[in-house]
Design a protein around this ligand. Structure first.
Ligand SMILES: NC(=O)C1=CN([C@@H]2O[C@H](COP(=O)(O)OP(=O)(O)OC[C@H]3O[C@@H](n4cnc5c(N)ncnc54)[C@H](OP(=O)(O)O)[C@@H]3O)[C@@H](O)[C@H]2O)C=CC1
Ligand SMILES: O=C(O)[C@@H]1CCC=N1
Length: 272
């Protein structure tokens, strides 16, 4: 585990998730600082994780070995430009933003920086996340290991060889927890029209989702299709539900959703 001083620029959802993973894995809170313009999020970071907090991006960057850029893509340029007068040559910069190519950061900072691009997801918060990582050729093995050890505190990491492949990571991992939440939302809405109490409906949907994901994980030799078939008795109840999903075009719907997710990431590459 690295003992680098890390600052997070932006204390929003994804920063909270990464910091939660770091702190739960025993990373010293003394080594972590997060910044934000508004106080409530900083107060929450301090109260929930015991990390240092600040409204001063410049000072936080000066104090750190590793800088994680955690603002929305549309704010990235102004945030980086405001720091561009600093000497960043000894620092490792990690971005978690979707849709901004590496080259753009060198332009924003007006200098060659040591930049690694990552794509984490929010389950990092509870140690079951996955982060895609891309490092350009000039990044050293030590810098790669440092980034990996930080991101691994939140779960698995996946290295990609081509920067463009990070857009596939967005569709498969960065954005995908939202697909599962949507599916669960829809199940809960349908369940709440039935007569069972809301708590029971929520509990059953949650346990079914958790159990299904855990069964996939614990049975690497069985495909998801096989596990689905194991639930589906011929002529039974599950078969009717699955037939309804298939007739509704679930596979092409998912395919289109993921393609559109990648397309949006590619569009964003031209916007920010
Ligand atoms: N959410 C997710 O699941 C994932 C997000 N990402 C990426 O993470 C990044 C952040 O997303 P997310 O956490 O969802 O967004 P949030 O809006 O939750 O967080 C961004 C934070 O940046 C703060 N901020 C705004 N301006 C500044 C500034 N000048 N200096 C410091 N902080 C500032 C905002 O403060 P305030 O709200 O007070 O204005 C906000 O708290 C994005 O680039 C996104 O692409 C990547 C993977 C997954
Ligand atoms: O929706 C977004 O753009 C970000 C990137 C992946 C998850 N959230």
């Amino acid at each position: 585990m690295t003992t680098a001083k890390i600052c997070f620029i932006g204390s929003g959802n994804m920063t909270r998730s990464i910091v939660s993973g770091l702190v739960s894995s025993g990373y010293s809170t003394e080594l972590i600082e997060t910044t934000n313009p508004s106080l409530p999020k900083l107060e929450a970071m301090k109260a929930d994780f015991g990390v240092k907090v600040s409204q001063d991006n410049e000072q936080a960057v000066k104090n750190s070995d590793v800088v994680v850029l955690g603002v929305k893509p549309q704010l990235m340029q102004s945030v980086c430009e405001a720091l561009s007068h600093l000497d960043l040559s000894k620092k490792l910069i990690i971005t978690i933003a979707a849709g901004i190519p590496c080259q753009r950061y060198h332009d924003y900072f007006k200098q060659q920086i040591n930049l690694i691009r990552t794509m984490p997801n929010t389950p990092t918060q509870i140690g079951v996340g996955v982060t895609g990582i891309y490092a350009p050729a000039e990044i050293t093995d030590t810098q790669k290991q440092c980034c990996e050890s930080i991101m691994k505190t939140g779960g698995e990491v996946v290295w990609v060889d081509e920067e463009s492949e990070l857009n596939q990571v967005i569709a498969l991992a960065g954005s995908s927890p939202a697909y599962f939440f949507l599916f669960m939302e829809a199940m809960i809405e349908a369940g709440e029209k039935m007569s069972l109490p809301k708590e029971q409906v929520g509990l059953m949907v949650q346990q079914a989702a958790l159990g299904a994901a855990e069964m996939v994980k614990q049975n690497p030799n069985l495909s998801a299709a096989q596990l689905r078939q194991n639930v589906t008795s011929k002529g039974g109840t599950t078969a009717k539900a699955i037939e309804t999903f298939e007739q509704g075009g679930i596979r092409s719907l998912v395919d289109n959703a993921m393609t559109n997710c990648i397309n949006r990431a590619e569009e964003m590459e031209k916007l920010f």
